[in-house]
Design a protein. Sequence first.
Length: 214
Amino acid sequence: MHIEYFHASKYGNGAMVAEEFKKQMVAKDITVNVHHIREVSPKELPPADLYLFSSPGRFGKPIGHMRRALKKVRLPAGTKYAILTTEAEPQPDKKTGRMPTEEELAKRQRVIPIMNEILQGRGLVKVAEDKILVTGLGWKGPLEEGWQKKVEAFVVRIQAAAEAAAVRRALVGHPRAVAAAPSVSSPDCGRQPGSPSTGDETIPEGPASWLPHP
Ligand SMILES: Cc1cc2nc3c(=O)[nH]c(=O)nc-3n(C[C@H](O)[C@H](O)[C@H](O)COP(=O)(O)O)c2cc1C
């Protein structure tokens, strides 16, 4: 598998996450090329089996540079992508000390949903999504404790999704075997034991063209 990874890191946290992701994937013999999004022409992204987009949050949205780049992406419909953002750790309300609820956070923090809307509007298909939190009151980090483990879990999910898709591809043409095979669109696919399901591992029907050699 060959992954092209595009981030829009300003203070270095997203770049660190990208390097950790690459290190862990390389250990599994998977090629990852990391770029800052401003270094590439979004209309002419290099070929890959999977595209990974990583943006910092800005006022509830992906940073402008990433948003604009995503809108220019021209990739064939069905191309697989994953999202790994860096977002500010939720803070208690300054007056009440109350932490925002999940519902309140979802309203004001739309970094991942906006990235999904843009990419899926262009026919791309999501394989996985997650966020790594940036802690403290400033914007510069450090990253949340145990962030490398979170990257590891993300790597495992991507790999599991690729393997599941390869199984499905191997079974194409054998309808009875496909019917008997475990579903590859399970939201729990590749999830670490005990970790919450993100429900994002959407593996479409049909051949896994993003995994060239099963
Ligand atoms: C002006 C500004 C606005 C920000 N707004 C948000 C936000 O709405 N949501 C969020 O999660 N993080 C927000 N952040 C924090 C960034 O997500 C954080 O700085 C970034 O993830 C760090 O990544 P980087 O080191 O790769 O640039 C904001 C940061 C700045 C400077």
